[in-house]
Design a protein around this ligand. Structure first.
Ligand code: CTP
Ligand code: MN
Ligand code: MN
Ligand code: MN
Length: 431
């Protein structure tokens, strides 16, 4: 008998929200392959196909051991024909032909690069791709009219594609806390998104804000944003008001995935390095674009070389204090990130994407659950609610369609209980 056959007899539930999915698991080679295909499907706006690959990957992430042979997969849910084919190929050959073809395809690479620009979705990227625009530089040269978000996205492209570290997230959290408490003492701030799930890096930092006295949080975001802007912490922000209304007949069906909280999508100007230390600015000079630089002796004007993994230490004459400039290789001991494009050298800050959400206290548990992710875990929760419980779950509320009433909850544990699910802690929601 081959070892590991016991995997097949372990019964694995089919919804990701019924399983514990830790950040670190035993099948990354397989899940990396499936994730590429999911991403490719999503970039091609084939959502259904994307979800199928994501569900297959999530199943593998929840297994207690490494899969070594296809026979171990017998009886497991979530593995469609296509995913199984890819898994078998990787198990036998080490790679999947389809995955290789995808990662090397000009279209995939261009779509990833273009949707990597903040404010650019798959539709826009595809239109540009078909016009021959394959890179952010192509876009810059094209003279296309861009909206405010896209202009900021292009301007801070390199930095926004550099992972945000945990210490950076903590530093941002301190700034957000100062801002919120300056305009509404007693308000509570919670780190949500990937960092709440235990991730050590993220593409952004997400915060949920509330106040124990319901109603006090109304209009809070505008005030927080004004404070942050006055202090020079914001490079970009787009704030929207709360438009949520609870109706007697329950939520529309299907409930919108997009919630209606007061929110702010922003880009912060962070003045600490990725270990959370305040940047020592040395001699500051003003450059043409208004950004500050350390030293006029540094020149680094080509944004393309920033994806290199080599340290940019053109500092022969004036080595900078704690400044090793590296972009693109986060594994190295990076102390700081440099400015680029129009900027003539390293500067004393970096751009970081930050999402802020304000929820009324009575909806806090739902907002917390809805904004902790992962995206697939959220999707599976809603699917479970609808198909297994005849309930509608959103980041605002849970509605029971049989009893025609809203089910209140003041903690995530209560929501899982209403849904008839075992409680899954944030660190095990990495589906
Ligand atoms: N979310 C949402 N509505 C949006 C954007 C995000 O409800 N318009 C939710 C997502 O469902 C997710 C959470 O906010 O649960 C965080 O989303 P995001 O920051 O995109 O992903 P993370 O899981 O935090 O991953 P990363 O580390 O890459 O930021
Ligand atoms: Mn996030
Ligand atoms: Mn460079
Ligand atoms: Mn986010």
């Amino acid at each position: 008998e081959k070892p590991g056959l016991e995997l097949a007899v372990v019964s694995v539930p089919s919804y990701a929200c019924q399983r514990h999915t830790p950040l670190l698991h035993h099948n990354t080679t397989l899940t990396d392959a499936l994730s590429i295909l999911a991403e490719n499907a999503e970039l091609g706006e084939n959502e259904g196909r994307g979800v199928a690959f994501r569900r297959a990957a999530a199943l593998l992430k929840s297994l207690p051991q490494e899969v070594r042979g296809a026979e171990q997969l017998r009886g497991l849910p979530c593995l469609g024909e296509h995913s199984l084919r890819v898994i078998k190929e990787v198990l036998e050959d080490g790679v999947s032909h389809e995955v290789e073809t995808t990662t090397h395809s000009e279209q995939f690479k261009a779509m990833k690069a273009l949707t990597g620009i903040f404010g650019v979705g798959a539709k826009t990227a595809d239109r540009w791709f078909r016009e021959g625009i394959h890179t952010p530089s192509d876009l810059q040269r094209s003279g296309h009219t861009l909206n405010r978000a896209q202009r900021a996205g292009l301007q801070y492209y390199d930095e926004l594609n550099l992972p945000v570290t945990k210490p950076e997230a903590v530093a941002i959290g301190q700034i957000v806390e100062r801002a919120v408490h300056a305009v509404l003492p007693g308000a509570e701030i919670t780190l949500i998104g990937g960092f709440r799930r235990g991730k050590q890096t993220g593409h952004d930092v997400d915060f949920l804000i509330t106040h124990p006295d319901e109603g006090r949080e109304e209009g809070l975001m505008r005030k927080v944003v004004s404070w942050l802007e006055a202090q020079g912490f914001l490079l970009y922000q787009k704030t929207t008001g709360n438009s949520y209304l609870e109706s007697k007949e329950g939520p529309a069906r299907p409930a919108s995935n997009m919630d209606r909280f007061e929110r702010c999508f922003s880009i912060f100007r962070l003045r600490t390095d990725n270990e959370g230390r305040e940047i020592q600015t040395g001699t500051e000079i003003q450059t043409g674009d208004g950004s500050q630089t350390y030293s006029p002796t540094l020149t680094n004007t080509d944004p393309h070389t920033h994806s290199d993994t080599h340290p940019h230490t053109k500092t022969d004459s004036h080595p900078l204090p704690q400044t090793l400039v590296v972009v693109g290789d986060h594994a190295q001991k990076v102390s700081w990130v440099l400015g680029h494009s129009q900027c003539s050298g390293p500067r004393s800050w970096r751009a970081v994407r930050v999402d802020l959400v304000v929820s009324p206290y009575s909806q806090f548990a739902f907002a917390l659950l809805g904004w902790t992710g992962s995206k697939l875990f959220e999707r599976e929760l809603r699917r479970w609610a609808v198909h297994e419980k005849a309930m509608t779950l959103s980041s605002h509320a849970l509605y029971d369609r049989k009893r025609t009433q809203y089910l209140r909850a003041s903690s995530e544990e209560e929501i899982f209980a209403h849904l008839g699910l075992e409680y899954i802690p944030p660190c095990d929601r990495n589906a």
